[in-house]
Design a protein around this ligand. Structure first.
Ligand SMILES: *Cc1c(COP(=O)(O)O)cnc(C)c1O
Length: 364
């Protein structure tokens, strides 16, 4: 009996996408014979070396299962349980990790800093640090930036340096959540080193999953002192993969001939195409500059419901709300055009008065 499987690409998340061909091929190649376990294998050594090549610097590299672990464990390594981490109010570490940074650091508090377009206002860092110096306040120890941000914007090199100009004199470690780091590099057309260690980033969580691996993100310590005993932290947290070659081999596939950047360039270009189509529609308001692979837009509520009834999946709860339309490495021009065509048809057809229950609005 044959089961019909609908092949469709959505705009909900770049983690809806599958494994890109380059990562898949490397995974298949790694699946031959035996290899040493727990990361002492040649695939893991090669993947770490490729990361060092990409960043053009010696750095310590660790592979973990996901971004939440990468962020939480790397932030934990920046200080003690009584310290705090400053991040933007929309930051994934604050809004989408179920308290994992606090949990894995045994209590470090995450404190929010405001800023437009999902980016931390550098002045806010100093305010948060200087507003209290007494023992009753969790002492700020690190700043976490998200690059690209949760609302699809990108910090320029100058903006990262402006953050560093605040963190450095205040003795704060600079952490970068790079779940979509590739999209930021593609967007800025800069060398990876220019927006990381050369701009003062101490540790980067380099996202692979949304860029085309099946699973697994990398923690890259440019400040190698922070990496001390990080292997123990990973193991204790259940993040040391015994068959590590299957986490690391897809990275070799992504990095060895530049697939990671090609994937990001495509995803960004599709978001731009979507943005350009949506901005022509008067009923739609674009909420943030489209600088990476996401478009955020306000759509009339009845159209959101109708689009979902037509089978499209997208989120409406990220950042300040609005619809988040996320493109992936495999999003095509045709996907974008079909979505836009459905949207236009539903805008003209859908009844004007649909009462929108909160449940419908939030349904993925
Ligand atoms: C997806 C994402 C992560 C990682 O999430 P996991 O589900 O734990 O892999 C981290 N930060 C940002 C900004 C993300 O979008």
């Amino acid at each position: 009996m044959k089961t019909a499987v609908e092949i469709r690409r959505h705009f909900a998340s770049d983690n809806y996408a599958g494994i890109c061909p380059e990562a898949w091929a490397a995974l298949a190649e790694a699946n031959q014979g035996h290899a040493v376990s727990y990361g002492d294998d040649s695939w893991t050594a090669r993947a770490a070396d490729l990361i060092r090549e990409v960043f053009e610097t010696p750095c310590e590299v660790f592979f973990v299962f996901n971004g939440t672990a990468a962020n939480s464990l790397s932030l934990a390594s920046t200080g003690q349980s009584y310290h705090s981490v400053l991040c933007h109010e929309f930051a994934h570490v604050e809004t989408d990790e179920c308290g994992a940074p606090e949990f894995f650091s045994n209590g470090m508090k995450v404190l929010q800093v405001p800023g437009t377009n999902g980016k931390i206002d550098p002045a806010g860092i100093e305010r948060m640090v200087k507003k209290r110096s007494d023992i009753h306040y969790p002492k700020p120890r690190a700043v976490s930036l998200t690059q690209a941000t949760e609302v699809g914007t990108v910090y320029s090199v100058e903006e990262v340096k402006a953050i560093r100009a605040k963190t450095k004199p205040l003795g704060l470690t600079l952490h970068m959540d790079g779940a979509r780091f590739a999209n930021a590099v593609a967007s800025l057309s800069v060398k990876p080193k220019a927006i990381t260690w050369q701009a003062g980033v101490d540790v980067l969580c380099f996202g692979g999953t949304k860029n085309g691996t099946p699973v697994g993100d990398a923690v890259v310590f440019f400040n190698r002192d922070l990496a001390e005993e990080f292997d123990y932290r990973c193991k204790q947290a259940g993040q040391l993969c015994s068959k590590m070659r299957f986490l690391s081999a897809p990275w070799v596939g992504l990095l060895q001939d530049g697939a990671w950047l090609r994937n990001a360039v495509r995803a960004n270009a599709m978001a731009q195409r979507l943005h350009d189509a949506l901005k022509e529609i008067p009923e739609i308001k674009i909420l943030f500059p489209t600088q990476a692979n996401a478009v955020f837009a306000d759509l009339p509520p009845h159209v959101i419901v109708a689009l979902r009834q037509a089978g499209w999946k997208f989120y409406t709860f990220i950042g300040q709300g609005g619809c988040r339309l996320m493109c992936a490495w495999d999003t095509t021009e045709d996907d974008v055009d079909r979505f836009v065509a459905d949207l236009k048809r539903l805008l003209s057809e859908a009844p004007k008065e649909i009462s929108l229950r909160a449940a419908d609005h939030r349904k993925l």
